[in-house]
Design a protein around this ligand. Structure first.
Ligand code: FMN
Length: 337
């Protein structure tokens, strides 16, 4: 493949997400305009072992292009072997996860733990580069800890060793979701490299997007914004906020339900999965609030970091905003009627 960076330029991407990045949800986000999608995180050593679960995670939708598979691991040879296997599965790019903050992963030296050694990070990227001809996206955080911000180094080393794109989440591992993402650090890294940089962190509205694009990134990546309102992609593309009516929100949920049924099947076992995922998504959809430009301008920080305002007065809106598991069941019953 010749110019591997082209695939990533000017993209509005759906972030790699465990559970949230299930195939039917990716399809829903594509429907609303997501331009680049990725698998859930896959552990490289499990791919090499031939684990069945990882096979399921590799599946892509019929029209899903470009589609990446995300690998996490710490050993260059295992990451390279996994990348070879994954490339044969028919994905369009490989995403290397150096951002996962989960204790279980980090304790084993994978995910964000790799950020602690720039040399190791370089070796992994180099090994994968030698193993496959597919474009490689490297996912980074600004550093492991606020006292060890090293995004300027990791960005340059990733590029030198063969990365075709960087996706940078503007937080450290230790920060988790506390405080806003630091886009000034993303901007600094973008200045230092010649490959496209996709900025990631706290994009939820057209106004977030417009402000963040001016940081000099080529494109953006959305996770929680896309989980709360899958139509956010349409908003960013058109530059216009969309405030769906209650009925339209039901239609969006029904669309996910149909996609999930198609994918998991509508027999008993399939429907159990559909329900599990549907209920999981309700835990994000209920955070939707129709924020305006004034709300955006008057918020102290990111709207995503704010506790959603309480909704009272309209029983239908209250139901959609509810965090009560019993109400989730009510919504599920209505969707399946
Ligand atoms: C439910 C959930 C699952 C996630 N799983 C992954 C993952 O498997 N791999 C990964 O690189 N990042 C994962 N992330 C992190 C996101 O990709 C993203 O970097 C982070 O949420 C910041 O973006 P946001 O501010 O748009 O949410 C996950 C985030 C969420 C909310």
């Amino acid at each position: 493949m010749k110019n591997k960076t082209e695939l990533f330029k000017n993209k509005i991407a759906l972030a790699p997400m465990a559970t949230g990045g299930n195939l039917p949800y990716r399809r829903l986000c594509r429907h609303f305009g997501a331009q680049l999608t990725c698998s859930e995180m896959i552990l490289a050593h499990k791919v090499v072992k031939g684990s069945k679960r990882e096979d399921v995670l590799l599946r892509k939708g019929d029209d899903e292009y470009p589609y990446g598979v995300q690998l996490a691991g710490k050993k260059p040879d295992v990451m390279a072997e996994a990348a070879r296997i994954v490339a044969d599965s028919g994905c369009d790019y490989i995403d290397l996860n150096f951002g996962c903050p989960i204790d279980l992963i980090v304790r084993k030296g994978s995910g964000a733990a790799v950020l602690k050694s720039v040399t190791k990070l370089g070796r992994i990227v180099e090994a994968v580069r030698e193993a496959v001809d597919l474009p490689i996206l490297v996912k980074l955080r600004t550093g492991y800890h606020r006292d060890k911000i090293n995004i300027e180094k990791t960005a340059v080393v990733a590029e030198e060793n063969g990365a075709d794109c960087l996706s940078i989440h503007g937080r450290t591992r230790e920060q988790r979701y506390r405080k806003d993402a630091d886009w000034s650090l993303i901007a600094r890294a973008a200045e230092l490299v010649n490959i496209p940089v996709l900025g990631n962190g706290d994009i939820f509205t057209v106004w977030d997007y417009q402000a963040k694009l001016s940081c000099g990134v080529s494109g953006v990546v959305l996770a929680r914004g896309a989980l709360i309102k899958p139509w956010v992609f349409q908003e960013l593309i058109t530059g216009e906020p969309w405030y769906p009516s209650v009925e339209e929100r039901w239609q969006v949920m029904a669309k996910y339900f149909e996609y999930a049924k198609e994918y998991f099947g509508d027999d008993e076992k399939g429907m159990e999965r559909v329900k599990r995922f549907f209920i999981w998504h309700l835990g994000f959809w209920n955070r939707y609030r129709p924020y305006t430009e004034d709300d955006y301008n008057s918020a102290e920080g990111s709207l995503l970091q704010m506790r959603a305002e309480e909704i009272t007065g309209d029983p239908e809106l209250e139901l959609l905003a509810s965090e009560d598991p019993d109400d989730f069941e009510v919504i599920w019953d209505r969707i399946t009627q």
